[in-house]
Design a protein around this ligand. Structure first.
Ligand code: DGL
Length: 264
């Protein structure tokens, strides 16, 4: 029997695991391959032209090597920059993307004040501006770019201490209190950030909705796969590939917790 082709889930580091866990929940039998370009991490500070070139050339290789059934770009920074070009370069592949959840935030806000917490790259993207123009023109949208949060999330995931005040200085800009109205929704527009959501809840000056798009991305993948959904247990553990080829026993254990075996 030929092995099932995997669904490839991509991020620059551990953030895409927030999306992988939702995909597992909805598609328990689907063989998954998690790819992290951790050699490039954090990609939120990369110049756009260099990052785009790197992503396109990496995907040329990944697609030939793994023949994925579908690709989930579980990274706002990568997808808002290179999503369209990746689809053009690989028309035979179904791509599911991750973009800042500005549309659902605009539909749900009561105060009309929304903040988008993201990497500096995602905040600068034309794609993000066009989401605001198309879906949130009636709201006040504040873009908050953080240089450090993705790395803080990785440290936290690896069991290192990250102090409340380090986190607070990254999220403080999200909270706007003006003319009797307050921010009521913060869009988590980097897939690393949901790992810190409980910490954010504790240090926030007032309660807000922290919008995590992971479940919506998993649902979109279900729609894209349609009848191609795998129905029988694959029998082998899912795999993870990190471009820096780390030999790190902490990482191996962490990935095992997500049902992933690190490939050499
Ligand atoms: N997880 C990525 C995102 O959703 C970015 C992390 C990084 O800066 O590398 O944007």
């Amino acid at each position: 029997m030929t092995p099932e082709r995997p669904v490839l889930i991509f991020d620059s580091g551990l953030g895409g695991l927030t999306v992988l866990r939702e995909i597992r929940y909805l598609l328990p039998y689907e063989p998954l391959l998690y790819v992290a370009d951790d050699e490039a991490f954090p990609i939120g500070r990369w110049p756009e032209a260099d990052l785009k070139e790197r992503l396109l050339s990496l995907f040329d290789k990944l697609i030939v090597r793994h023949r994925p059934k579908a690709v989930v770009i579980a990274c706002n920074t990568a997808f808002t920059l290179a999503g369209e070009s990746l689809r053009e370069a690989h028309p035979e592949v179904s791509f599911v993307g991750t973009v800042p959840a500005i549309k659902p935030a605009a539909e749900r806000t009561s105060s009309g004040l929304i903040s988008v917490l993201a990497t500096p790259g995602t905040v600068r993207r034309a794609y993000t501006r066009s989401l605001i123009d198309s879906f949130a023109s009636q709201c006040h949208v504040r873009l908050v770019g953080s240089d450090l949060l993705a790395e803080q999330a990785e440290r936290y995931m690896r069991g290192e201490a990250v102090a409340d005040d380090e986190l607070f200085s990254e999220i403080a800009g999200c909270f706007l209190d003006s003319g009797g109205r307050r921010t009521d929704i913060v869009v988590l527009a980097c897939t690393h950030y949901p790992f810190l959501a409980n910490r954010f809840r504790k240090i926030a000056p007032w309660p807000v909705d922290w919008l995590d798009p992971a479940e919506a991305i998993a649902r979109q993948l279900v729609r894209v796969l349609g009848e191609a959904v795998a129905e029988k247990p694959a029998g082998t553990p899912d795999r993870a590939f990190f471009t820096s080829e780390p030999e790190d026993s902490g990482l191996v254990r962490l990935l095992a917790g997500f049902g992933l075996a690190l490939e050499p």
